[in-house]
Design a protein around this ligand. Structure first.
Ligand code: AMP
Length: 175
């Protein structure tokens, strides 16, 4: 299968689950894509390709970002750093809070990321952009540099891209 046809197949394997996890939400389910070897390989290659050679670590955002980040780090010969929800990391961590539709959330990274480390941020879905914007702030607070962001799926109507300004964003698929 060529990369293009594998990518087209990958897109078709993203499911849409109505009213999950709550009424009114259309949940985008990437697990069928992950389970397909050719689709997964093509997806990982396409996510990192625009940034090839330009980053030292992939930072995967909990939880579905982790599923992509491990594979992407190996494919790109880069390290892997987790960005976790508050209270999950065992060592001292930097923290950034951000707004959700209702209330707030916080994400954290261990605070020993070397200053100047070049970071590729990775997540499954870009919705309102709040999570990626907070992750960018977190990396900056540690003195490291986000060289780009890659997501599988951008939900265009939510305009999350606007929160990222002119920062490089590779969104493979759009809905
Ligand atoms: P946001 O901060 O609004 O851009 O939301 C992005 C985060 O929420 C990502 O980590 C996604 O995994 C998750 N997310 C938001 N909306 C959806 C959706 N419709 N389907 C699946 N995941 C979503």
């Amino acid at each position: 299968m060529t990369d293009a046809s594998a990518l087209a197949r990958a897109e078709s394997l993203i499911g849409t689950i109505p009213d999950y996890p709550e009424p009114g939400i259309l949940f985008r389910d990437i697990t069928p894509l992950l389970a397909d070897a050719a689709a997964l390989r093509a997806t990982i290659d396409a996510l990192v390709e625009p940034f090839a050679g330009g980053f030292d670590v992939v930072a995967g955002i909990e939880a579905r970002g982790f599923l992509l980040a491990g594979a992407a780090a190996i494919a790109a010969d880069a390290g892997l750093v987790p960005i976790r929800k508050a209270g999950k990391l065992p060592r001292p961590a930097a923290s950034v809070s951000y707004s959700l539709e209702y209330g707030t959330a916080a994400i954290e990274m261990h605070d020993d990321l070397a200053p100047g480390t070049r970071v590729l941020l990775l997540d499954d879905v870009l919705a309102t952009g709040g999570t990626i914007a907070a992750a960018r702030q977190l990396v900056a607070e540690l003195g490291a540099e986000v060289i780009g962001t890659a997501v599988l799926l951008e939900l265009d109507a939510l305009k999350g891209r606007a929160l990222l300004g002119s920062a490089p964003l590779n969104a493979l698929f759009h809905a």
